[in-house]
Every structure is written in C-alpha cells, then in structure tokens.
Design a binder for this molecule. Structure first.
Ligand SMILES: [Zn+2]
Length: 322
C-alpha cells in the first residue's frame, strides 16, 4: 500500500502485523535535511517488505531517516528499531522503557512470567504457551545497541516540527505521545486509539497500578481537546474528549464486571484466571490469554489498591475476595 500523504511534510506508512490488530501506522516527517520517523514497526519479512516499498515509492533510502521516535517497547512499535539504527538512524525511547525492552526482547528466561501466571491460577500449559508465544515474537524484534533517552516535557524535532514529549503510562510504563502544538496534532502511539481500547495489563516487572496510570494519563489532554489524533493503529480522528469518555466508560464497565465475579466467589476468593475463563471461555489463543490475564489482574489490583477488594495468597495462588 503506498504511503498516504497527510500534510506537505507528513506521510503515514502502514506496516502489516501478524496479530489480529492487522497493521501499525508509522509516521514519516520531512525536514530540510532528511526525514524522521515516529514508531518503527515490527521486524517480520512482510513488515520489512512493506516499509521498504514505501521508501521506494517516496524515492528514499534507509539512510535518509535521521531520527526514530519509538513511543513504547511493544513489538509492533519497537521491532524494526535495530534495523533503523544499523542504517544510521538515532533511536529515541523514554529512559525507563529501555530496561523493560531489553528484558522482554532479550534472551533472559521468562521465569517471572511463568511464576506470575501460576500465581494467578493459570496452569502450566498456559505458562508454557505464553513462553512459546513470546519467544516467537522475540524473533520479530531487533533492538539498537544504544537508545537516546527522552523525558516528560522534552521538546524534540521531527522534520521542521517541534514536538512535546508527554509521558502517558498505562499501556506500557514509559509510553509517550508527541504533541505538535503548531499543527494541533497528537502522534499518540497506542495511548488514544480510535477503534479499540489499548490493553492495560499488569506484568510482573512493571509499575504496580497500570490502570490508575492509564486513567491519569487520559487526564493530561484537557488542553488538546480540539487536536487531531494520529494513532498507531487505525484512522485519524478529532473527537478526543468523546474518545476519552469512552475509555473511561469501558474501564468502569470492566471494573464492574470483574467486581461482580469477585463478589460471586464462595468466600474462598477467585483467581484472575477464573475470571478470564468466565468472560472469554476457551475462545482465546495463548497470545490473547496473556493479554486477558494481565488486563484482569490490572483491574483487580486497581480495586485492591483502592481498598475495594482484598487479596489472599494461599499455597502460592492469589485469590481475590470482597
Ligand atoms: Zn502497544
């Protein structure tokens, strides 16, 4: 698919994904000395072919890309960053996101994750499947030897645009968005997606309350109500306050559903995995079970940290009760 020109200096390049999400948007910005890129895409043969075809269409070489801003460490956003670095680009990530990127996409065994799935009531088969799934995604990620680090409030350049770095934890601990106040545009990564709600999951090595983080992040866009959102997946939109309201409703409903399951426990408490089974049955792939499990745990821990429910660890299994 040819790159889509969104402004005289701005193109959207769609890169295919091997997930249900289907594709990720990369944004290419032209400056006077070259081009900068927002998000890197996943590193599969299909994604590389699509990206290289887009560059050919624009008569560009890999070495024309000066800076690559990676919004967060998920594979569809960071995957090709190592290749971009090899071709000479500088790669930017928030400082504390690098540690997790190196762990998840490195070669360390995922023993914490296996312990975590067991703790939350999922059997050994589920844990094994998750490890196989993550190992296969590891092959679709190449990291640069070195990242340059961004901080909340930094102002960076992409082409001739000046972009404000806004830290938006929740979907990933050190996810950021780039705000262009002159063009009134937000390059939002996965933070403010148009059609789906971003997965908010609690992973063992992460900040303890990602749902609270995410809801806090949504509150950072009051002044940008009329801005256009350029998302990492899906189409642009310009109805940010309504969309933020939908995210809040979604999580309120999810919280109510999870709370109802906790309330239905017979006094012995329920595990996160029992709640996943209740909502999704056997309809999920292993990849999706992982997302569902971490999402349910994020909601349970949000309520526990507010004092609404309690947690008891018995024989190595975490059970939640009112
Ligand atoms: Zn993501």
């Amino acid at each position: 698919m040819p790159p889509e020109q969104l402004a005289p200096d701005l193109w959207r390049i769609k890169v295919p994904l091997p997930f249900r999400l289907r594709e990720v948007n990369l944004y290419l910005v032209r400056g006077s000395h070259g081009y900068d890129l927002i998000d890197a895409g996943i590193d599969t043969p299909e994604a590389r072919a699509a990206f290289n075809a887009a560059l050919r269409e624009l008569r560009l070489h890999e070495s024309d890309i000066g800076r690559v801003y990676v919004t967060h460490m998920h594979p569809d956003h960071i995957g090709m960053s190592g290749r971009r670095a090899k071709a000479g680009s500088r790669i930017f990530l928030m400082a504390d996101e690098e540690r997790r990127a190196r762990f998840v996409w490195g070669t360390e065994p995922l023993s914490d994750w296996i312990a975590y799935t067991r703790e939350h009531g999922a059997g050994g088969e589920i844990a094994k499947g998750i490890v196989i799934a993550v190992n296969s995604i590891r092959r679709a990620v190449s990291l640069p030897d070195r990242f340059e680090h961004l901080r909340d409030g930094d102002v960076v350049e992409a082409g001739k645009r000046r972009l404000r770095v806004v830290w938006t934890p929740g979907h990933s601990d050190y996810h950021y968005v780039l705000v262009d106040d002159d063009a009134r545009v937000i390059f939002c990564g996965d933070q403010l997606l148009p059609a789906i709600t971003p997965n908010i999951g609690l992973y063992p090595e992460c900040r303890p309350n990602p749902l609270e983080d995410f809801l806090w992040s949504l509150g950072r866009f009051e002044r940008e109500a009329a801005y256009t959102v350029l998302p990492g997946h899906g189409a642009n939109y310009a109805t940010l306050p309504q969309r933020i309201g939908q995210f809040q409703v979604h999580h309120d409903e999810r919280l109510a559903g999870v709370r109802a399951r906790v309330a239905s426990g017979d006094g012995g408490g329920v595990t996160a995995y029992e709640i996943v089974k209740h909502f999704w049955g056997d309809a999920l792939s292993t990849h999706e079970v992982r997302f569902a499990l971490v999402e349910v745990v994020a909601h349970l821990e949000y309520m526990r940290l507010r004092g609404e429910i309690s947690r008891e660890d018995r024989e190595g299994v975490r059970r939640y009760a009112l």
